[in-house]
Design a binder for this molecule. Structure first.
Ligand SMILES: [Zn+2]
Ligand SMILES: [Zn+2]
Length: 246
């Protein structure tokens, strides 16, 4: 349902005369395969079909697939950490996300947020989160890139799910080496203590948070964000990501 709303919004622009003229000047290319794409969104039908999607969320703690209607992990109970990802971090989804992160192409935030909500919207809503918190970048890295891709994605998710997005509570205090170049053990050490929570917050106790990131790999970053937020009294029950994989 959500996904089709996204498609119709974009269709209006493409049907206009200026839209057709712009298509002629700059042929629309698929973000997944780079081929000419006459479709209504920036990912062609073949690539949409080829994305290795997750049928169900799973628990990051115990890796159990969650098939219940109330999004609960029967193994971990209250301590579960649920992972909602659209697909596996392999091509063509990987290519789409790379373009999104490094080439200032922001349309995937809306397309993927719509797809995630179509797939998991009801389960996510059943968690009754008070807010979505995107994983912050270090301010200098955000300045260089111009935007935080996790925040942009979180904002689109927030619109579809009608959940508040707060990108002021959790922030990054130290700049570390990019996680992608490190092995799992080093990722854990590299990320430890990297986040802080805004001081002087009232009523954090038990407030339910879902984290949002673009790609979750080892999980070291989202676990550290969760640890930091839970120390401040929040309850972090899950994470929503565009993709998951190594
Ligand atoms: Zn394609
Ligand atoms: Zn579990």
């Amino acid at each position: 349902m959500f996904f089709f709303e996204v498609v119709s919004i974009q269709a209006v622009n493409k049907n206009s005369w200026t839209g057709a003229f712009l298509d002629f000047l700059f042929p629309p290319l698929c973000l997944g395969c780079g081929e000419y794409n006459s479709g209504k969104i920036d990912i062609c039908d073949d690539c949409l079909e080829a994305i290795d999607r997750y049928e169900n969320p799973f628990c990051l703690n115990c890796r159990a697939e969650i098939t219940s209607e109330n999004a609960a992990c029967t193994i971990c109970g209250e301590g579960a950490f649920l992972m909602f990802a659209w697909g596996n971090y392999i091509d063509p989804l990987k290519q789409v996300i790379i373009q999104y992160k490094f080439k200032e192409i922001t349309s995937p935030s809306r397309i993927i947020a719509g797809a995630v909500c179509e797939q998991f919207g009801l389960l996510i809503k059943s968690l009754e989160a008070d807010m979505l918190i995107p994983i912050p970048l270090h301010p200098s890295r955000e300045y260089y890139r111009g935007y935080n891709q996790a925040t942009l994605f979180a904002e689109r998710l927030g619109e579809f799910l009608d959940i508040e997005v707060d990108d002021t509570i959790l922030y990054r205090t130290e700049k570390r080496r990019p996680q992608a170049r490190l092995n799992e053990y080093r990722r854990m050490r590299n990320i430890r203590g990297v986040f802080s929570v805004e001081t002087g917050l009232d009523n954090t106790n038990g407030r339910k948070v879902l984290l949002v990131d673009d790609v979750v790999t080892s999980g070291a970053t989202v676990y550290e964000a969760r640890r930091t937020l839970q120390k401040a009294g929040f309850s972090v029950t899950g994470v929503i990501a565009m993709a998951h994989g190594l």
